[in-house]
Write a protein that binds this ligand. Structure first.
Ligand code: IPM
Ligand code: MG
Length: 356
């Protein structure tokens, strides 16, 4: 059955990773059709007379809607509206970020063997609802801080940001995380990380909902940590984790840190899942410092693409690619500079194609 994938190559160095990955998947003849919604600078250039919103025209949205999924490079801003649509428009509420050690990768840890956990980050709420404003605007509410014990609008000239955690939003991401733990042949454990000691209302709700849902999954072990304690444990004993669920901002920060455990953000894959849509993008940024030099590590994009193949029901192809990737790392002669090698992106992809 043929599947259509919308490709947004992204900004700066991201296209240098996306293009060879599309080429590689295409060479496997999986019956994939690639379509390219015009977003960001390309869309602006095509319609210079358009007003705001021209970085994400309706035509691009239609291409995404008609496709089975989207592979997204990474955005530095101009393709941000498309990313916003893929997350908040498509309600892709669960951001799945695996952290699995590949023998041969440049982990800074002495014993990285056994690292195989997945961060499930709530993807829509928390501080990322984007509601910010001047503190003075809160005067009518006369909100008194629990710790600072003063109406917050009297703190001085400054701004606030809203952290919104809903019961429904938490229920769906926690259930997703439990279902993932049930499917993995891992340690069958779900860890929840929140700052409920300080943020009793918001993170307290997240943790309470997680505890409630845990009762529906008696076969999965459930544990929770205060997020700062979790951060320490993630570095000291990463092998003990399986699936970890957390609110949006902690997941954003800690998934980059998890990439660091493996030696580089170039290894950090990611997929964002909703009820009826999913899209895939590496967790890393656009690496403007190395744009144009053909040395970006495409591994994060490759692993995001294999997550995408799994989602499309092409598990055999996904496993084949991951197996070949493992051999490229184990061999070690064609790794990119972030992994201590001297290979270009092109050379790395050629080695992978060879291993396939
Ligand atoms: C990520 C990125 C994004 C985020 C940015 C680009 C909006 O950091 O995917 O982790 O914060 O979610
Ligand atoms: Mg991030």
């Amino acid at each position: 059955m043929s599947k259509t994938i919308a490709v947004i190559e992204g900004d700066d160095a991201a296209p240098e990773a996306v293009r060879p990955v599309v080429g590689l998947l295409d060479s496997l003849q999986l019956g994939l059709t690639w379509v390219y919604p015009e977003v960001g600078e390309a869309a602006e250039a095509a319609r210079p007379s358009d007003a705001a919103g021209s970085t994400f025209p309706d035509s691009a949205r239609a291409v995404i809607d008609a496709a089975d999924t989207t592979l997204f490079g990474s955005t530095s801003g101009k393709s941000g509206a498309a990313l916003g649509y893929l997350r908040w428009g498509k309600e892709t509420f669960a951001n799945v970020r695996p952290c699995r050690y590949l023998p041969g990768c440049a982990s800074p840890l002495r014993h990285p063997e056994g690292i195989d956990f997945v961060i499930v980050r709530e993807n829509l709420e928390d501080l990322y609802v984007g509601a910010e404003g001047p503190l003075a605007d809160l005067a009518a509410l006369n909100l008194v801080g629990r710790t600072i014990r003063k109406p917050v609008h009297e703190l001085g000239d400054g701004r606030y940001a809203i952290k919104a955690i809903t019961r429904e939003g938490t229920e769906r991401v926690v259930s997703f995380a439990f279902d993932l733990a049930a499917k993995r042949d891992g340690k069958r454990k779900l860890t929840c990380a929140t700052k409920h000691n300080m943020l009793r209302g918001t993170d307290g709700l997240f943790l309470n909902v997680a505890r409630e849902i845990a009762a529906d999954y008696p076969d999965i072990e459930f544990e929770s940590f205060i997020v700062d304690d979790f951060a320490c444990r993630m570095i000291r004993e990463p092998e003990r984790f399986d699936v970890v669920v957390m609110p949006n901002q902690y997941g954003d920060i800690l998934s980059d840190a998890a990439g660091g455990l493996l030696g580089s953000l170039g290894l950090a894959a990611s997929g964002c899942f909703g009820s009826d849509y999913a899209y895939f993008e590496p967790a890393h940024g656009t690496a403007p410092d190395i744009a144009g030099s053909n040395i970006i590590n495409p591994t994060a994009t490759i692993l995001s693409a294999t997550m995408m193949l799994d989602y499309l029901g092409l598990e055999t192809a996904a496993a084949r690619i991951e197996d070949a990737l493992a051999r490229v790392y184990a061999d070690g002669s064609a790794l990119t500079p972030d992994q201590g090698g001297t290979a270009t992106t092109t050379e790395f992809c050629a080695a992978l194609a060879q291993a396939l």
